[in-house]
Write a protein that binds this ligand. Structure first.
Ligand code: GUN
Length: 293
């Protein structure tokens, strides 16, 4: 049976350190880290994530600002808000929750966030730094940074000689995750919906990272014995065993059966999810420190 990687515990260590760093910055420089989270529309899952981010920002001692915009918000209105937040010295981090409603184009919005305030690490400046191997001077996307921290706790900093397979190629996760694994000297394969023999490719992975958005897609015969499995999926499925109409969260990995094969595995919930929020706090406090002088 695999070690079950405790993302909540690792996240709490990060947020404790962030809270201490924030207190020092406020005491020594009179600066309270400010995080502005913007959400457009009524998607319940997005509201739940944003609520968790805002609450954690408060817990870390930040100035936490949440902008809840109606579904009918226009592209111009959203971009004007980002401009206002870009210009506000009390705001050190800006996060626009994705996905946006279908009538809005997320790319120009994300690219209009000043790179120094882009705590999601999605601006081309920050994404480009990660791609060119500079992991220090910009801001790294939160979910891959959090997944890497969990991997390093399990395997150490250097992943030389390990085969890593990332399923999913999004800008938000798959691409930066693959680049961070590469920077740690892993041999990396990026797999996706057009990959041939996905189970066979996955079976070669010492590190298997799933971010496809399909409930329990990764089965036990996809997992190499002893592999470390990182599940980035968050999918809501029916749970008739909990009563009529009840639901529960599951990952992209069939947890119970894969836990019999892997050496370590992240659960959903309680694995990568809490790390995303913790790394967002870490990015925000870093952005606030860099704003000094
Ligand atoms: N939606 C799901 N995950 C994320 C994230 O990390 N950042 C943003 N902005 N939106 C998301």
């Amino acid at each position: 049976m695999a070690v079950i990687i405790d993302g909540k515990k690792s996240a709490a260590k990060v947020t404790d350190a962030v809270g201490e760093a924030a207190a020092v910055l406020e005491r020594e420089a009179g600066i309270k880290p400010g995080l502005a989270v913007v959400i457009v529309g009524n998607d319940p899952a997005s509201h739940a994530y944003v609520g968790a981010k805002s609450r954690m920002a408060k817990q870390c001692g930040f100035h936490s600002m949440q902008y809840t915009l109606p579904e009918a918000t226009t592209q111009d209105e959203l971009e004007s808000l980002v401009e206002k937040l870009n210009a506000d010295p009390a705001v050190h981090g800006i996060l626009v929750q994705l996905p946006l409603p279908r009538h809005l184009n997320s790319e120009p919005v994300i690219q209009s966030i000043r790179p120094e305030k882009d705590v999601d690490g999605l601006n081309v400046v920050n994404a480009g730094k990660v791609a060119s191997g500079d992991l220090a001077s910009g801001l790294v996307s939160c979910t891959p940074a959090g997944a890497m921290l969990l991997l390093r706790n399990q395997l150490g900093a250097d992943l030389s000689g390990m085969n890593a397979v990332v399923i999913g190629r999004s800008n938000l996760f798959g691409k930066p995750m693959a680049l961070l694994l590469l920077a740690a000297n892993a041999t990396v394969t990026m797999a996706h919906s057009r990959t041939k023999d996905l189970p066979g490719i996955c079976r070669q992975a010492d590190i298997l990272v799933a971010a496809v958005g399909r409930a329990q897609m990764v089965r036990k015969d996809w997992v190499k014995p002893g592999a470390v499995v990182i599940d980035v999926g968050i999918n809501r499925v029916d749970a008739p065993e909990k009563g009529e109409g009840a639901t529960r969260l599951v990952g992209d990995v069939a947890f119970d059966e894969c836990a019999d094969i892997a050496s370590a595995i992240t659960p959903v919930p309680g694995g990568v999810g809490p790390m995303t929020i913790a790394m967002l706090m870490a990015n925000t406090v870093v952005a606030a420190y860099r704003s000094v002088g």
